[in-house]
Every structure is written in structure tokens, then in C-alpha cells.
Write a protein that binds this ligand. Structure first.
Ligand code: FAD
Length: 287
């Protein structure tokens, strides 16, 4: 099934994102969590793609298990950095063979050990080129990434949004946003999208705060932390359990506010944490 069809049912589409464990870690623990995720009735689960294409086999393997064993719709993330067109074809073919029809098409980040990586040397330089390619040869529901506060590399917000518009026009069915912590940013972004004639669903991506490590993640991705969250993190800096609980509550309330405000769905970055996901869904009134 194509995930975009779920958005035609006039109810919020709830998705969970998971990541493959490290190559030397067996998949059993992850599969136990998926069993638990299933009880929360997500509309689909997406599986990330390791930076630079690492563990790419695992992405398809896990997405296939979600779809074909657990009976939950799945989506594979796919990054084009460092890949030839033939490699992309091969991966898409594997997905088709596993009955997976949904892909989150991304440029990807430079490999960690190559900060000066030259994107222009690859077959695909930006996500819009990958999206155009997929649409020219394959039949997939295509999601793409959107950045409420602009992508961290972009020099100007309006330029970043023009590139987003190019990307959508290349054949995107839905957008999923990067993490953010202020719901006003999302609603404001929807207004900007309307001005640019971006009419596909824009699904807010929610990253719960599980620990103070979130500061590193936000620094890398260039997204801001509102003052009230800074105060919350300061308050619980010596109590990791209370910080986790406060983070779950913050995420749950954000989800409620976004859905009440008309968001077409929620994409929850679960970080593979089942118990926290259960708590967040309860707080958001989705359980
Ligand atoms: P693009 O849309 O290509 O944009 C990248 C940059 O180039 C932006 O600054 C943009 O403004 C600029 N740009 C775009 N087009 C042009 C143009 N024509 N000319 C000049 N500049 C241009 N990464 C992973 O490795 N694995 C994952 O599984 C993964 N999952 C993700 C899931 C979500 C929901 C999100 C939001 C991000 C995810 N990422 C993942 C991170 C993503 O790969 C990085 O943010 C990456 O740096 C950008 O990817 P993109 O597809 O948004 O790139």
C-alpha cells in the first residue's frame, strides 16, 4: 500500500521511526520492540538508512519484517550520497520484491570521517535529483524531509524553502519535518508552504527528549531549544529518570497540540524506545 492513501481517510496518520541496531547486534531485541509497537496501532513504521549507506541491507530486511511478518505498513529511508544510479535501482528492486512501496528519499549527510565531502562528485547531488530519478523509473510513494528552521547548511531560509519547493515538484507525496520543540514553528511553516503552493501533507516529526544528549543533536541539526525546555533540562540535570518523564510529557503534549491544530499526522522518532513511546501515546490521548 502507498502511505499517501492513508492521508485520504480524514484522520491523523501516526507513524513511528526506528533505526537498525549496530551490525554486530542481533535484531531480536528490535523485533520484540516492534511487537510492542504493533499494540499501539501505528499506521506505518519507517526504518532509517545508515549514514553513507552503512547497514543498507538491514534497512530493507527490517522494513520487510515489519510489513510481511507483523502486518504493519513500512517505509524505507534511502539516501543518495555516494550511491550510483545502479545501486539505487538495486535497492528499490529489493524493496519491491519485499512488497514495500514507500520510500523516504534523502540526500544524506557526509560520512562522519569526511567533513569536506564533495557532494558534486556523486551521481545525485541533492534529494530532488534522487526523487526525479525514482519517479522516472519506479512506482513508489515518495516522502521527503522538510526543515522548519531551515536545513543546517542553508544560508537563507527563503532559499531553503525554494529548494524544498523544487523537491516537492520533482514528485514528492508527503513531507516529514525535522525535529523541533515549538509548535508555532510548525504552523508558521504551513503558512510558508501554502504561499509556495506546496500542497502535500506536511507531517511534524517529534523527537522526545530522553536525556541531555539532545543538546548535541540539536546543535548538529541546527534546530533551536525554547527557553522553557532549557529550564526543564536544567531542573532535572541531576535526575535522568525525571528528565525522561518530563521529556515524554513535553512530546505527548506537543503531539496533542499539533493534532488539535490540524496536523495531518505525527511522525514519532521513537529511538527504538518502546516504553517511552507507550507513555507519549498515552499523554497525547492516542492510546
Ligand atoms: P536536500 O533536500 O538535498 O537538501 C540539502 C541541502 O542542500 C539543504 O541545505 C538545501 O537547502 C540545499 N539544496 C537543495 N537543493 C539545492 C540546489 N538545487 N542547489 C543548491 N542547494 C540545494 N539521514 C540519513 O543518513 N539516514 C536517514 O535515515 C535519515 N532520515 C531522516 C528522516 C527525516 C524525517 C529527516 C528530516 C532527516 C533524515 N536524515 C537522514 C537526515 C538528512 O539526510 C540530512 O538532513 C541531509 O543533510 C539532508 O537531506 P535532504 O534530503 O533534506 O537534502
Amino acid at each position: 500500500m502507498k502511505i499517501i492513501d492513508l492521508f485520504k481517510q480524514n484522520r491523523p496518520v501516526i507513524s513511528f521511526e526506528i533505526f537498525p541496531p549496530k551490525p554486530d547486534v542481533p535484531l531480536d531485541t528490535l523485533f520484540e520492540s516492534i511487537e510492542g509497537f504493533k499494540k499501539l496501532s501505528p499506521d506505518y513504521i519507517s526504518v532509517t538508512y545508515g549514514a553513507g549507506g552503512s547497514q543498507r541491507g538491514r534497512t530493507v530486511e527490517i522494513a520487510s519484517r515489519i510489513k510481511n511478518h507483523y502486518g504493519i505498513e513500512s517505509m524505507c529511508h534511502l539516501t543518495c550520497v555516494g550511491h550510483t544510479a545502479e545501486e539505487i535501482d538495486e535497492l528499490l528492486l529489493q524493496m519491491k520484491q519485499e512488497n514495500i512501496h514507500n520510500v523516504l528519499a534523502l540526500r544524506g549527510d557526509p560520512p562522519l570521517d569526511q567533513p569536506d565531502f564533495d557532494f558534486s562528485k556523486g551521481t545525485f547531488r541533492y534529494a530532488n535529483e534522487l526523487i526525479e530519478y525514482i519517479n522516472s523509473k519506479h512506482d513508489f510513494c515518495i516522502a521527503a524531509a522538510a526543515y522548519l528552521e531551515g536545513h543546517v547548511d542553508s544560508k537563507r531560509l527563503d532559499e531553503d524553502r525554494r529548494y524544498l519547493k523544487n523537491k516537492v515538484d520533482a514528485g514528492v507525496d508527503l513531507l516529514i519535518t525535522q525535529l523541533f520543540f515549538d509548535t508555532r514553528l510548525y504552523f508558521d511553516f504551513l503558512d510558508r508552504c501554502a504561499q509556495l503552493n506546496i500542497n502535500c501533507p506536511v507531517v511534524p516529526g517529534i523527537m522526545p527528549i530522553f536525556s541531555s544528549r539532545i543538546k548535541n543533536m540539536t546543535a548538529r541539526s541546527g534546530c533551536s531549544i525554547p527557553a522553557k525546555l532549557v529550564l526543564m533540562m536544567d531542573k532535572y540535570e541531576n535526575n535522568s529518570e525525571d528528565l525522561k518523564k518530563a521529556g515524554e510529557e513535553y512530546a505527548g503534549l506537543m503531539i496533542r497540540e499539533l493534532l488539535d491544530g490540524g496536523a495531518p499526522g505525527i511522525h514519532l522518532y521513537t529511538m527504538n524506545k518502546l516504553q517511552s513511546t507507550i507513555e507519549i501515546m498515552k499523554i497525547a490521548g492516542l492510546r
